[in-house]
Ligand binder design. Structure first.
Ligand SMILES: C[C@H]1O[C@H](OP(=O)(O)OP(=O)(O)OC[C@H]2O[C@@H](n3cnc4c(=O)[nH]c(N)nc43)[C@H](O)[C@@H]2O)[C@@H](O)[C@@H](O)[C@@H]1N
Ligand SMILES: O=C(O)CCC(=O)C(=O)O
Length: 399
């Protein structure tokens, strides 16, 4: 079986976890602090704060940016559901903007029509590791006084050409960037997340909110020679990362440059292997972006059926995934819970038929994500390419 993904974990990670367990201190402590410092150095950010997942990171980012019940946040529907959910957790309303079908990222041309008096922030996504057009997003956000939160779940190691220099995503170019260490991502701690920012007040807020709003952390009280009583000035959460996870994350960071290099090599190789497949659309990388290729997504020819192709490949022992989901199509998102640019401004869409998100829907329905992981062999990759071509050929023959 060729899986869709396989986290690159080995003896070093196992030894790191063992070392923490043997130390007797396993909850958020010195390993988390060290991981944060090393992660900040990697992306070039002034501050990094570790949490339990990217979902909880997004939630804290929006709260710190001042998103409150009744506010609107501009984002994409075409993303894992956690993106839109994080807005709902704040009692705010997602306003969905369609994607550019070439990059699967928010179409900057459409953002301005989604801004209203209630808009508080733009939550943009670097979908499947491809940097979105942050320069355009930030320009609009600055003009309207909006915060920019980046969902960089898949973009650890992605780069963007920023004011003439290549920078890692997460510096951050916006106001806050959120990363994921779920096993489907570029590096993994089992589950886990990270927020980066240049704003010390927001960083302090993340730290307070991730640990119940506790005024004096347990680590400080643990080592104190005088009795200290903590207080809880605000309602916080338990969104901590453990020291076991952080120790694994530190080992993963050491592997990261090799992982990204390998992923880019495999993505380039897919491009060569699939270049001549009739009607197949290959992903594009703008000349100002370098992806991690967290996923390699191909657009199927017009005459092929997505589910049929995926099943044919599964029958050959190859796992695939459909294109990235659209939150607005899920039962958790009835029409009264979200808006989209057209429904606000032109009223060109009815409740029944909405054309505002047609590129998002088309990407979900017409693309297939192929296996790509650093330990994938060329032989496995050849099998994937052949199996896809066979499946497409059978579809054509059946016509
Ligand atoms: C492109 C999108 O990819 C992911 O969505 P997805 O629909 O592909 O995710 P799922 O289908 O839930 O993928 C989870 C898969 O990730 C793999 N996986 C999940 N956890 C593990 C693990 O611990 N070990 C191994 N070896 N594999 C793991 C399994 O193959 C599992 O089926 C998410 O990461 C999204 O955030 C992302 N945008
Ligand atoms: O739970 C998932 O499958 C993805 C969500 C994620 O990556 C996260 O919250 O860190």
């Amino acid at each position: 079986m060729i899986p869709i993904t396989k986290p690159m974990l080995g003896e070093n990670e196992a030894e790191a976890a063992r070392r923490v367990i043997a130390s007797g201190w396993t909850s958020q402590g010195p390993e988390v602090a060290a991981f944060e410092k090393e992660f900040a150095a990697y992306v070039g950010a002034p501050y990094a704060c570790a949490v339990s997942s990217c979902t909880t990171a997004l939630h804290l980012a929006l709260l710190a940016a001042g998103v409150r019940p009744g506010d609107e946040v501009i984002t994409v529907s075409h993303s894992y559901i956690a993106t839109a959910n994080s807005i709902r957790y704040c009692g705010a309303r997602p306003v969905f903007v369609d994607i550019d079908p070439a990059t699967f990222n928010i179409d900057p041309v459409l953002i301005e029509s989604a801004v209203t008096g209630r808009t508080r922030a733009i939550l943009c996504v670097h979908q499947i590791g491809m940097p979105c057009d942050l320069a355009a997003v930030c320009e609009i956000a600055r003009r309207y006084g909006l915060a920019v939160v980046e969902d960089a779940a898949c973009a650890i190691g992605s780069e963007i050409l920023w004011q003439g220099h290549w920078e890692k995503i997460g510096r951050p170019q916006g106001d806050i960037a959120c990363f994921s260490f779920h096993p489907r991502k570029v590096i993994s701690t089992g589950d886990g997340g990270m927020l980066t920012t240049a704003n010390p007040e927001w960083d302090a807020k993340f730290r307070l909110l991730r640990q119940h709003g506790m005024s004096v952390p347990d680590t400080v009280r643990h080592g104190a020679s005088r009795v200290i009583f903590e207080s809880y000035p605000i309602v916080g959460f338990n969104f901590r990362m453990t020291d076991i996870q952080a120790a694994v994350g530190r080992e993963q960071l050491k592997r990261l440059p090799d992982i990204v290099r390998k992923r880019r090599e495999l993505a380039a190789r897919y491009r060569t292997l699939l270049a001549k497949v009739p009607g197949l659309g290959l992903p594009t990388e703008p000349d100002w972006a370098r992806s991690t290729w967290q996923s390699f997504s191909v657009r199927l020819p017009e005459d092929s059926d997505q589910r049929w192709v995926m099943q044919a490949m599964l029958d050959e022992g190859i796992a695939t995934r459909r294109g990235v989901m659209c939150a607005h199509r899920e039962p958790a998102y009835p029409p009264d819970t979200w808006s989209c640019a057209g429904r606000i401004r032109n009223r060109s869409c009815t409740e029944e038929v909405c054309r505002c998100l047609r590129h998002s829907e088309e990407a979900q329905d017409r693309t297939v994500i192929l296996p790509l992981f650093p330990e994938m062999t060329f032989e496995q990759q050849d099998r994937v390419a052949e199996s896809l071509q066979d499946a497409l050929r059978v579809v054509t023959l059946n016509e």
